[in-house]
Design a protein around this ligand. Structure first.
Ligand SMILES: Cc1cc2nc3c(=O)[nH]c(=O)nc-3n(C[C@H](O)[C@H](O)[C@H](O)COP(=O)(O)OP(=O)(O)OC[C@H]3O[C@@H](n4cnc5c(N)ncnc54)[C@H](O)[C@@H]3O)c2cc1C
Length: 330
């Protein structure tokens, strides 16, 4: 039986551990401060890339989004906890005629690139409860959500049930480093802030409006994110940038005007120089592996990241896209 130590209990480390233990490995997970992970946040949009100019990163994420439903259902069953997963789709107002023409082109692209399994279509605003300058919106039914904090807790509980050991130190065996923004210069930390509103929209689709993700969760809250900051004095403090985001959200989504903000949250997104995930042999630790660089879509990428890392580490089978290879990004 393969013996593996995974460093880092964020969504990448836990998803890799999940794929390994499901395939029979003996897994130890080491993390001195899991509560500080970027993965313990509140947003959790699992939103596809636009269906055009397809590339290996978009294909990887598409396959990962397709894997998410089964993965989170298994996690829920084994842990007895709700990770907050649901494929509720997404609506995006269309701002002008040029965007409307593009949206129609992308609908045709989605029919092809999403292989007819999911739709991206232009719908009238009537009946959606939203307004749009053109009277039209994009609706896709591939977008899903998890609740990041609930999902990492459920995955941690499921791993414990399956025999993973959470320890202070390595138990030996092969090392996989998934320590997020704690690994500069391979991975930079890009700050993001988000707000959680008390509003029960649990079965409604997500919204993407004015570059904001509005994500209704299953527990009667709605998350809105996120800011993007390269320069900051505090990694986990929130400030006026979040106040401005809350104002923008309330401008575009009238239902949020009377909804109280019940949490303000900030975290560091791990971003590799290529902006793609950084997977494969660790460029600085001989014999070890790395799984990092989830950046803005770590939850969306995680199921497939787990699968390809398990293939590589357990079987020596390399299914990692060339642009994700750690050696190329160091
Ligand atoms: C505001 C905001 C909004 C976001 N919204 C979304 C979204 O809507 N959809 C989406 O898919 N993604 C989103 N993301 C991105 C997503 O949260 C990240 O990509 C993901 O959480 C990164 O996971 P990770 O496991 O790589 O890192 P982390 O979650 O940061 O986990 C790394 C872990 O490693 C541990 N660690 C550090 N050093 C060591 C060490 N030496 N030994 C052992 N352990 C160590 C840390 O304590 C930490 O627990 C968002 C991020 C932010 C900040």
């Amino acid at each position: 039986m393969a013996r593996i130590t995974v460093f880092g209990a964020g969504i990448f480390g836990l998803s890799v551990a999940w794929a390994l233990i499901r395939r029979g490995a003996r897994v130890t997970i080491v993390d001195p401060a899991p509560e500080r992970a970027a993965s313990r946040g509140i947003v959790g949009a699992l939103a596809p890339h636009v269906p055009e100019r397809w590339n290996e990163k978009k294909q990887f994420q598409f396959e990962s989004l397709e894997m998410a439903g089964d993965m989170w259902a298994e996690v829920a069953e084994i842990s007895g906890r709700d990770p907050g997963y649901a494929r509720t789709g997404r609506l995006q107002p269309i701002a002008d005629d040029a965007a409307l023409a593009l949206a129609h082109e992308r609908a045709a692209g989605a029919a092809d690139l999403w292989q007819g399994r999911y739709s991206w279509c232009v719908v009238p605003e009537a009946g959606t409860g939203l307004t749009s300058a053109t009277g039209w919106l994009i609706h896709d039914d591939l977008t899903a959500r998890v609740h990041p904090r609930q999902a990492t807790e459920a995955l941690t509980a499921a791993l414990s049930r399956l025999g993973a050991i959470f320890a202070q130190d390595s138990n030996g065996g092969t090392e996989i480093w998934a320590i997020g923004a704690s690994e500069p210069p391979l991975v930079a930390g890009i700050k993001g802030q988000a707000a959680l509103f008390q509003l029960d929209w649990r079965d409604r689709p997500q919204l993407f409006v004015d570059a904001l993700h509005v994500v209704p969760h299953g527990d009667g809250t709605v998350a809105v994110g996120s800011t993007t900051e390269r320069d900051f004095s505090s990694a986990d403090g929130t400030d006026a940038a979040l106040d401005a985001l809350v104002e923008r959200a309330r401008q575009h989504v009238p239902a949020l005007r009377d909804a109280p903000v019940i949490e303000r949250w900030a975290g560091l997104r791990p971003r590799a120089p290529s902006r793609a995930p950084l997977l494969g042999p660790h460029p600085q630790r001989p014999g070890a592996f790395i799984a990092n660089g989830g950046f803005k879509i770590g939850f969306g990428m995680a199921p497939k990241v787990g699968a390809v890392m398990a293939d590589l580490v357990l079987d020596g089978v390399d299914r990692i896209p060339g642009s994700f290879r750690s050696a190329g990004a160091a």
